[in-house]
Write a protein that binds this ligand. Structure first.
Ligand code: DGY
Length: 330
């Protein structure tokens, strides 16, 4: 009998078809995010689970699903999964790094540019029929070329955004991260390591790309925003919760900083209503990785991992991007 797996959300049919070659597959036709009790109910008797970045996988779920052996996500961020608990339960976890790096960096750069040049704000003005004349400072924003980009979090996506800024737009790049890049990488990217306070004070355009964890919760709040230039922009493509959204809305309203671009929100898909009423912001619904080829590649990598973790296919026993491969070597 084929092992049973659960696909927690709608995904590309070809991804499901690949799984069906090896497993009894149950899908979530309604494509809603199941509350945990329902996810647990659906998981009974299943050996594998395909998830996105939203399903909460913790000790409660793992205790209730003793047959589970693999949890494979099509997202790179995995703050929704308690990896140590999975390891303790003998469950392999994988995420989907690399395949989305360049696409996500493209989008981060687009949000930063849109915030700097007030694209959303001016489009709303035009759509409201308020454009009746030329004026010398109409929606005058700030330049991106030649400005200082501050990158908070210098992992793969941070580096890809920094390269775009330095090589494509002649930006000066400064960054702050838990660990410093080696000198050669700093030189290739043209990035200078600074402490967090310097980053906030010197950046014309702050781009946030740190993973969410208890340590990065509200890494940017009212105090940090107050340290930034009044002409600065802030772009968050990391995770909701890294920025204090209420404090950001307040800072934008009072022009503590000039503008912001957000793709991620605390408590998403709900959005703090205060953010919806400030004009100087660009808001998108967590789509930074969403180009069709990249979303296909993310789903395909999750399938590769699930097959390998459950012992089938060319990588059997060696999931390409497992976060706790030690589970399989035990
Ligand atoms: C990720 O992969 O973590 C992105 O945020 C898309 O969900």
């Amino acid at each position: 009998m084929k092992p049973a797996v659960l696909v927690a959300r709608n995904v590309f049919p070809e991804a499901v078809a690949r799984l069906r070659e090896h497993f009894e597959v149950t899908t979530n036709e309604a494509d809603t995010l199941w509350p945990q009790p329902e996810l647990i109910r659906q998981l009974q008797g299943k050996a594998g689970l395909f998830i996105t970045g939203s399903e909460k996988i913790d000790g409660v779920l793992l205790d209730a699903c003793p047959n589970l052996r693999a949890v494979c996500s099509m997202a790179v961020g995995y703050n929704n999964v308690d990896v140590p608990a999975c390891t303790a339960h003998g469950v392999v976890v994988s995420n989907a790094p690399d395949v989305l790096t360049e696409t996500t960096a493209d989008f981060g750069f687009a949000l930063m540019m849109a915030a700097a040049r007030r694209v959303t704000e001016s489009e709303h003005f035009l759509r409201r029929g308020e454009w009746t004349k030329w004026s010398f400072d109409m929606f005058a924003g700030s330049d991106v070329h030649g400005a200082t980009m501050g990158v908070l979090g210098m992992g793969r996506i941070g580096q890809a955004i920094a390269r775009r800024g330095a090589l494509g737009f002649g930006m000066k790049v400064i960054y702050h991260n838990r660990s410093r890049l080696n000198e050669a990488d700093e030189a290739t990217i043209g990035a200078r390591y600074v402490d967090k306070a310097t980053l906030l004070k010197e950046a014309d355009h702050l781009v946030i790309v740190v993973p969410y964890s208890a340590a990065s919760h509200h890494l940017i709040g009212a105090a940090e925003l107050a340290m930034m230039k009044p002409t600065a922009t802030l772009t968050n493509i990391a995770r909701g919760g890294v920025v204090d959204d209420a404090a950001l809305a307040e800072a934008l309203r009072h022009h503590v900083i000039a503008s912001a671009g957000l793709d991620v929100f605390e408590g998403e898909p709900s959005v703090n209503p205060a953010l919806l009423t400030v004009p100087n912001i660009v808001l998108t619904p967590h789509i930074a990785s969403s180009s069709l080829p990249t979303r296909r590649a993310m789903a395909s990598l999750a399938v590769d991992n699930l097959m390998a973790a459950l012992g089938v296919g060319p990588n059997a026993g060696k999931p390409p991007t497992a976060l706790n491969p030690e589970v399989l070597s035990k």
